[in-house]
Design a protein around this ligand. Structure first.
Ligand code: AMP
Length: 305
């Protein structure tokens, strides 16, 4: 039972209607790892510049995340993303993306990272995702996330990367953009024809829908009165979803396990949005996760058994 994640390790500058933060710890791999660590052992793969302080690596290590495959590039700059949200926080507006050390990154996975049962190819340039996928020959379940930037600029590489994974986790609008199919059920079917047998459409505060060859399963978001910053919610969802599946140790997850994984994804994402960046998930406890999981379970049973 082990999970490897590659994706951005970043500094994020974010403005929402509830405040702003400059150069806080972020990135798809960081948000994912902080959520997945509650379920399994996590190796994080990716480069950082020498502007990335030891305190950030220490924060990850203190929470049980293996950072031995984080490569520090002398003279390099850490990936940087600047974005903002309007009153509708379901849509992120990107103001700046600086690839920094990711522009020349040549991933070399350690034996431990290669042998992990579950692999998450977090949002990053799709050719990099493919190079990591080629090395992670131990993985039984490989999943991928991406974003509009890569659909628009590197579509062919992204489609090739998608063909090599079992599971795709995208925002619903990205699934439609990728497949050029406005109907979500048809778009999910079109993704399955590209390769993955499990498709998760994330829908911001409205929740997420799981598609498999057997059918679909939809869960609402855990509605909160205080939502401050949605950055990283998709990655926290993926961390809860795949972390739980890895903990189950199943090669071909049952419908029940996939539904529970959806609920854990929903719960982890809901904590993520309560505060800025990684602030809330970094100090989350197992008891808080269990309490919210039970609340979600209770609320979504529309009929007594
Ligand atoms: P999410 O809100 O879950 O979709 O992901 C937010 C995270 O994605 C932020 O922490 C950013 O650092 C990271 N991010 C934004 N744009 C990119 C990109 N083009 N490639 C990789 N990571 C990105």
């Amino acid at each position: 039972m082990a999970l490897t994640v590659v994706g951005s390790i970043a500094f994020d500058s974010v403005r929402t209607p509830f405040g702003e933060r400059d150069r806080m710890l972020g990135g798809s791999a960081v948000h994912f790892a902080l959520a997945a660590r509650f379920f399994t052992s996590v190796q994080i793969v990716g480069p950082v510049g020498d502007d990335f302080g030891d305190d950030h690596l220490e924060l990850l290590r203190e929470r049980g995340i293996d950072t031995s495959d984080v490569e520090r590039v002398d003279g390099g700059e850490t990936f940087f993303w600047r974005g903002h949200y309007e009153a509708d926080m379901n849509l992120a507006h990107t103001d700046d993306t600086q690839l920094g050390v990711f522009a020349d990154f040549d991933p070399k996975l350690s034996d431990t990272s290669r042998a992990a049962d579950v692999l998450f190819l977090g949002n990053i340039q799709p050719d990099l995702q493919r190079r990591v996928r080629a090395q992670a020959d131990g993985s039984r379940l490989a999943a991928l996330d991406s974003m509009n930037l890569w659909i628009q600029t590197t579509r062919d590489a992204l489609v090739a990367a998608i063909a090599e994974v079992d599971c795709l986790l995208f925002n619903d609008s990205e699934i439609r953009m990728l497949t050029e199919e406005p109907n979500l059920a048809r778009a999910a079917r079109a993704v399955m024809e590209m390769g993955p047998r499990i498709v998760v459409a994330k829908r911001g505060e409205y929740g997420a829908v799981l598609f498999t060859p057997e059918g679909f399963f939809a869960l609402p978001g855990f509605l909160l009165e205080d939502v401050r910053d949605p950055t990283g919610a998709g990655d926290s969802f993926a961390g809860g979803f795949l972390g739980y599946l890895d903990m189950q140790g199943t090669e071909d997850p049952s419908t029940e396990a996939l539904r529970r994984a959806m609920a854990y994804g929903t719960v982890l994402a809901s904590f993520n949005v309560e505060e800025f960046g990684t602030e809330r998930v970094a100090r989350l406890t197992e008891d808080e996760i269990t309490e919210r999981y039970e609340a979600l379970r209770g609320m979504t049973h529309f009929e007594s058994p």
